[in-house]
Design a protein around this ligand. Structure first.
Ligand code: SF4
Ligand code: SF4
Length: 183
């Protein structure tokens, strides 16, 4: 573990502290665009298709781990995002786990086209609202003194609240699973 921290510190010494946090994160770690299962709403799918004329970026998958599967704190998510077979629509990934929209300098989709789940990361939320603490996967060692993770990522709570409302409106547009016929 000590060796790991000293390796990180050594690499951090070569990275400009003025560089955007996600760019520094990508030089040190697997990022949130490389090892996540990203649920996308029907409207996300339409926005992305309209932007890049692609139709090959979604798949229906059961969660690979318990964190995605256990939505007991968010019955709206549990009821509307999952089909009766417990699969949900997510972004396809390459064999290495990278999102297919990940380019050399980060996401190739403009912010207004990105899936709402991506736009909201690292806010944590349920249908009831958003929390004050960030998801633990953003490396706090990259946050400048006196700033929060959200400051460092240039994210405002006001914007997050708008995207959160949009996300749950779009989740509610999924057919209720009792009526689902698309599988
Ligand atoms: S949002 Fe967080 S985990 Fe994702 S690339 Fe940026 S710093 Fe890393
Ligand atoms: S759509 Fe963009 S932000 Fe979302 S996981 Fe893919 S590369 Fe990352």
């Amino acid at each position: 573990m000590i060796q790991y921290h000293s390796a990180i510190n050594k690499i951090m010494g070569t990275i400009s502290s003025t560089e955007f946090m996600c760019a520094r994160c990508a030089k040190l770690f697997k990022t949130c665009c490389q090892d996540r299962e990203i649920y996308i709403t029907p409207a996300d799918t339409t926005r992305i298709t309209d932007f890049c004329n692609r139709h090959d970026f979604t798949e229906w998958c059961a969660p690979s781990d318990q964190d995605y599967s256990d939505q007991s704190d968010d019955p709206v998510w549990d009821r509307h995002v999952f089909r009766i077979d417990r699969k949900r629509r997510i972004l396809r990934r390459t064999s290495s786990g990278d999102c297919t929209f990940l380019g050399l300098s980060g996401c190739i989709l403009p912010v207004t086209v990105r899936p709402l789940v991506c736009r909201l990361h690292p806010f944590m939320y349920t249908a009831a609202g958003i929390g004050v603490d960030p998801a633990p996967d953003c490396p706090k060692c990259l946050v400048p003194d006196g700033m929060t993770v959200f400051d460092a990522l240039h994210m405002s709570t006001e914007q997050a609240l708008l995207w959160h409302r949009m996300l749950y409106e779009e989740i509610l547009s999924e057919n209720d699973y009792d009526n689902r016929t698309d599988f």
